[in-house]
Design a protein around this ligand. Structure first.
Ligand code: C5P
Length: 303
């Protein structure tokens, strides 16, 4: 039997997110800019004779069949008609309910890892359909880097310009349910028409500071309604990040994590210290480009 495989499962932030309307399937039509960051969970895949078993060190992560990583393994096992099973051990670092795509990333990492263990040769393109059935954010994690997400967010196009920046991530410790935030959006949804700040953004130099002012997150108001305790914190977090020179200070996805983008490590560390001094839980990480994300496959090692 093949030996165990360890893979990294990276988090993402949404640099911008526009809600365009409600779709017939009940989901929302989106236009979003995804970005992988270096913060990651570690996943170990150990082949076993039968059955799918999940272990995780985080109390909020289910280890039964509702875990998205378990569902990913089961979906691929059926699709490829594999008789054997796998044990999935997840070491969590990505905050749960933070809008950082932890669960979706875990699912994509399991698909990519099992594709290797079971020698299926499907790759990101061959896994795309299974990924989108698991969740709207899962296909993005087959590619990583800086990418445009359309439709439910599951139609993903890597950008020619990949963003390189330092990221200060703030976890307010108030997990928020994505489904509930989207449900709240409907009430206040005003049609965006064809206006697209993201289009203007991608047509400019990504490294240019001014372009970031164009980006918005249409889920923020709904997230703040869903978690009222977040509102005061959000103001403080944004205030500190901008004062310390962040090019962009925004909520990621449906929240509750906020992040700031910085050109240099020193400014990022200063911002992190300033947030910590205010009693906020912050950490410094970096963007992971498409190339770096692909290259991280080399670090996936058998044990
Ligand atoms: O696809 P996923 O299960 O990650 O989505 C979580 C929830 O977020 C969905 O059940 C849906 O309510 C909402 N959602 C949405 N429109 C999207 C993506 C997610 O309404 N484009």
């Amino acid at each position: 039997m093949t030996r165990a495989l360890r893979v990294r499962s990276y988090a993402k932030v949404n640099l911008g997110l526009e809600v365009l309307g409600v779709r017939e399937d009940g989901y929302h039509e989106l236009r979003t800019l995804f970005q992988t960051i270096d913060l990651h969970d570690d996943i170990t895949l150990r082949p076993r004779k039968a059955g799918i078993v999940v272990r995780c060190d985080h109390p909020l992560v289910p280890t039964d069949a509702t875990n998205l990583a378990a569902q990913a393994a089961e979906a691929l096992r059926r699709y490829a008609r594999i008789a054997s099973g796998v044990e999935i051990t997840i070491r969590k670092r990505i905050p749960v309910g933070g809008g950082l795509g932890g669960g979706s990333s875990n699912a994509a990492a399991v698909l990519l890892g099992l594709d290797r263990i079971w020698r299926l040769g499907l790759g990101p393109a061959g896994l795309h359909l299974l990924a989108r059935r698991l969740g709207a954010d899962v296909p993005f994690f087959l590619l990583g880097g800086t990418a445009l997400g359309l439709a439910r967010g599951d139609e993903v196009y890597p950008l020619h310009q990949q963003l390189r920046a330092w990221v200060v991530l703030v976890d307010p410790g108030l997990p928020v349910s994505t489904a509930r935030v989207f449900a709240r959006v409907d009430a206040g949804l005003t049609p965006r028409g064809n206006s697209s700040s993201i289009f203007y953004f991608v047509s400019r130099e990504l490294q240019g500071a001014r372009a970031f002012r164009l980006l918005v997150n249409d889920l923020e108001e709904a997230a703040l309604e869903e978690a009222p305790a977040l509102r005061g914190q959000a103001r403080r977090i944004r205030g500190v990040l901008l004062k310390e020179g962040a090019r962009l200070a925004a909520l990621s996805g449906s929240g509750s994590s906020y992040f700031g983008l910085f050109d240099g490590a020193r400014a990022a560390r200063r911002a992190c210290a300033a947030l910590a001094a205010e009693g906020l839980q912050a950490q410094v990480t970096r963007t992971v480009t498409l190339e770096q994300y692909r290259g991280s496959g080399a670090r996936r090692r058998a044990r």
